[in-house]
Write a protein that binds this ligand. Structure first.
Ligand SMILES: Nc1ncnc2c1ncn2[C@@H]1O[C@H](COP(=O)(O)OP(=O)(O)OP(=O)(O)O)[C@@H](O)[C@H]1O
Ligand SMILES: [Mg+2]
Length: 337
């Protein structure tokens, strides 16, 4: 048993909407433990149950069965007053920002402090601090309509952080933003995690978002968790079918069947795809190939870094005497495998 309570824990959680013929199981037997201080990603296609999961974490909805626990305190089967207290420790960031159009950036950030009963002078000081943290001091008096999408999301994030929650939920927080702005917002989330120690749950349908910030990721499909692992492991060795297609959307390092056919026509020789990782003996295997009169060309592939580890693959076209080719292929697939 772990001594530190999980930031979020789901035990056998099921959520069913509707009844009779309209019955729909949005979440089906979810067991999940999110550790304090981690950035936890949840990825899934539309309708997988991601937002339903978020609504159960912040207790905007109740599970049909099972229990949800936040920092060791159950939020299921407890009075509404207790739920309200727990909810104060959770910040929420939305895809469409959900800012008040009639309030300035400062006014939006100040709002939750007013609700929480902070005195005016303390509110002003806290708002100034938050504007500085998200890099928007010069936009304090701007209205949402005068801000870019990325700036609006910074305001949304500052507002979510106003009362210093220990848990931040971001449901598709970057889905309305362009890739560069997405990168800026993700860096801000990373800073919040690193400097403030806030646990972050990132909900997304984009594997790039997971790759950029998540420590671990759960893949949700039709209401079930089909894979849950460290982000690096998911990218390096995806197991479940949905995971494989998500990973394929960002890594184009392996040729598909059509591409292989094209490479074969273009280069001839024997084609072999080799995994590349930190311990790969690719260099040595290629030196041995050259010594054995086997020529090679690199014809496809991609290598990159994730969480400071190297991974990817290269496809080689090999030419040479058959017996030597057999040895080289065996060598390449063994050493680098
Ligand atoms: N209040 C509700 N009443 C009935 N069905 C619902 C309700 N909320 C969600 N659902 C259904 O539950 C399933 C999961 O919905 P959910 O919003 O959690 O998906 P999602 O993964 O967030 O999708 P998206 O990526 O489109 O936001 C869907 O089939 C949806 O139609
Ligand atoms: Mg959703």
């Amino acid at each position: 048993m772990s001594t530190v309570p999980a930031a979020v824990e789901f035990r056998s959680v099921t959520k069913v909407f509707g009844s009779g013929d309209d019955r729909h199981t949005a979440l089906d037997g979810i067991d999940l433990r999110i550790e304090p201080g981690e950035i936890f990603g949840v990825i899934g296609y539309s309708g997988a149950g991601k937002s339903t999961l978020v609504r159960l974490i912040n207790a905007l909805d109740k599970p049909t069965s099972g229990t949800v626990t936040i920092s060791g305190t159950p939020i299921t089967g407890v009075p509404e007053s207790a739920v309200r207290r727990l909810r104060r420790d959770i910040g929420m960031v939305f895809q469409q920002f959900n800012l008040f159009r009639s309030r300035t950036a400062a006014g939006n950030i100040e709002y939750p402090l007013k609700v929480a009963g902070w005195k005016r002078a303390e509110r002003k000081a806290r708002v100034a601090e938050l504007l500085d943290f998200v890099g928007l001091t010069d936009k304090a008096r701007a209205y949402p309509d005068q801000l870019s999408g990325g700036q609006k999301q910074r305001v949304g994030i500052a507002r979510a952080l106003a009362t210093s929650p220990s848990l931040l939920l971001a449901d598709e927080a970057t889905s309305a933003l362009d890739p560069q702005t997405t990168g800026e917002v993700l860096r801000l989330l990373k800073k919040i995690n690193a400097e403030l120690g806030v646990t972050i749950v990132v909900i997304t349908h984009e594997m790039d978002v997971i790759r950029a910030i998540a420590d671990r990721v759960a893949v949700l499909a039709e209401g079930r968790i089909v894979e849950l692992a460290a982000t690096f492991d998911v990218f390096a060795a995806p197991r479940a079918t949905p995971t494989r297609s998500f990973v394929a959307t960002v890594l184009h390092d392996r040729p598909d069947a059509t591409e292989l056919e094209r490479l074969r026509e273009l280069h001839g020789g024997r084609l072999v795809t080799v995994d590349v990782d930190n311990h790969s003996g690719l260099g040595a295997a290629l030196a041995a190939a050259t010594a054995a009169d086997v020529r090679f060309e690199i014809v496809y592939g991609g290598v990159s870094t994730l969480q400071d580890k190297t991974f990817g693959s290269v496809t080689l076209a090999l030419h040479g005497p058959d017996a030597a080719l057999d040895r080289v292929v065996a060598d390449l697939t063994r050493k680098a495998g």
